[in-house]
Write a protein that binds this ligand. Structure first.
Ligand code: F0G
Length: 469
């Protein structure tokens, strides 16, 4: 996929934003000032920002022109109706509750569906998703296939649910204790891995037998649809738009962070087919987000999202999007860098356990690696390992995820293939110098979602090296 053929960005660049290279000395200083946490760096000090693909997309000329027709009425904005139509058309759900971003939708969904003592099964956790489930008194249960926890296992649909794990949970706690199954398409924390159509169909069948709703985390559903088109028998001739429709036919609703697939900088929604659920969501959206016709978004933002929803299902766009991620992944594989295989949809994930074999997990190897990559080349990435996993809500002990990763996340339509070449050079240089990187310890740790604001210091001082820029 994209490996054998030359491809180029399917757009021309009309507006540019200068980015600045800092000096090596400045970067080592910035990293220390940020407590070795890339979330705490200033954007102006970053050369290539691969922290996240969330809210970092470049909008098209069509979306920017939509911004100019923002109808900023408090209620009943024209742009809301455009957004509602687009979601109905492309996702296929009857009812839509707009929210300011994905976690706003997660808050509402978890609050209306979960009772204390419930269990929410999911195909690996996501940080904010699990937080809202636990905040409402549920216990999260991981039902993803075992291979997903092994960075080297080559499986085309590594996001799949292990149906036996789901059956076992139903037998153990009873279907009435499971308010819904939370199915992420794709699975961010597993490395952006997709779920097959067959698996979605089977999950739905099993849940229907037990009257358990299936709610998707649809944040990167288009990327998942593209993998189905490329990898699953019977889908090669279908458009991503058609594939998406079928995917959502096996769901009762979804939460959505528009900041990813929908090609906008802010926005989200909760969608569903049940009128009763929609009523409850409407009662809560006015408390947490705003009127049911804006949910925390400006009219102009809703218009940009409505237009982005049509752009995201353009087959040429999504092919380019995934191919760019594969391009970077392939360069790193060729250089012998340990990464999660196969390469996922939105990011290349470095395997920090194998990259930094000399640093034990309790000394935060992925956190240290992300800091080192910034110091080397001004490239900002993100820890996705033990720091992100947080502590067990009952015992207070650190969760110890098998995957200890650094996410090199590609924003949509923002960077060129030359930027990818620079990033690959930087990671290679860090790999050469890896013995100079040492473990970290906490200086500050917030009680929840600690990865955003935590501060660290080295257990023993690092020996600095000459970076790539
Ligand atoms: N679900 C998934 C799978 C996500 O990746 C995110 C956000 C959310 C839900 C929450 O959405 O940020 O709009 O509130 N992921 C970002 C990331 C933060 O960098 O992966 P949000």
């Amino acid at each position: 996929m994209g490996k054998d053929r030359i491809f180029a960005e399917p757009f021309r660049i009309k507006v540019v934003e200068p980015i600045k290279m800092s000096t090596q000395q400045e970067r080592w200083g910035n990293m220390k000032d940020a407590g070795y946490n890339t979330f705490l760096l200033k954007s102006k000090d970053v050369y290539i920002d691969l922290l996240t693909d969330s809210g970092t997309s470049a909008m098209s000329d069509n979306q920017w022109s939509g911004i100019m027709i923002g109808d900023e009425a408090y209620a009943g904005s024209e742009n809301w109706f455009a957004l509602e139509d687009a979601v109905r058309d492309i996702y296929g759900f009857k009812y839509i509750t707009p929210t300011h971003q994905g976690r706003g939708a997660e808050n509402i969904l978890s609050t209306i569906m979960i009772n204390p003592g419930d269990y929410v099964p999911g195909n690996m956790y996501f940080t904010t998703t699990r937080f809202h489930q636990e905040k409402n008194g549920a216990t999260f249960v991981d039902i993803i296939i075992d291979q997903a926890h092994n960075s080297e296992a080559e499986d085309p649909f590594k996001g799949n649910v292990d149906l036996q794990k789901l059956r076992d949970l139903i037998d153990r706690v009873g279907a009435e204790k499971i308010p819904y199954v939370s199915l992420a398409v794709t699975v961010n924390m597993a490395g952006g891995q997709p779920v097959s159509m067959k698996n979605m169909r089977e999950v739905k069948e099993l849940c229907t037998q037990h009257k358990i709703p299936v709610m998707y985390d649809a944040t990167r559903c288009v990327e998942n649809a593209y993998f189905i088109q490329q990898r699953e028998a019977g889908y090669a001739a279908k458009s991503v738009r058609e594939i998406l429709k079928e995917m959502f036919s096996y769901a009762d609703g979804c939460t959505m962070s528009g900041k990813k697939d929908c090609l906008v900088n802010i926005g989200g929604f909760l969608a569903m087919n049940s009128e009763e659920l929609y009523q409850k969501a409407t009662e809560l959206v006015v408390v947490y987000e705003g009127m049911p016709s804006y949910g925390g978004m400006a009219g102009r933002d809703m218009e940009a999202m409505a237009r982005g929803i049509y752009e995201m299902v353009d087959d040429a766009y999504i092919k380019y999007r995934i191919s760019q991620v594969q391009y970077l992944g392939q360069k790193l594989i060729e250089a012998g860098i340990p990464i999660v295989r196969p390469v996922g949809g939105h990011a290349v994930f470095l395997d920090a356990r194998r990259f930094l074999e000399h640093i034990p997990q309790e000394q935060f190897p992925a956190q240290a690696l992300a800091a080192a990559i910034y110091a080397d080349g001004g490239v900002r990435t993100m820890e996705r390992g033990i720091v992100s996993a947080g502590r067990d809500k009952n015992t207070g002990e650190n969760h110890q995820p098998k995957l200890e990763l650094v996410r090199v996340t590609i924003p949509r339509r923002v960077y060129t293939l030359s930027h990818m070449d620079v990033v690959a050079e930087c990671i290679k240089n860090v790999y050469t110098n890896r013995q100079k990187i040492k473990g970290l310890k906490f200086v500050y740790e917030a009680p929840q979602l600690r990865f955003f604001t935590a501060r660290f210091k080295p257990i023993v001082p690092w020996e600095e090296w000459e970076g790539t820029v």
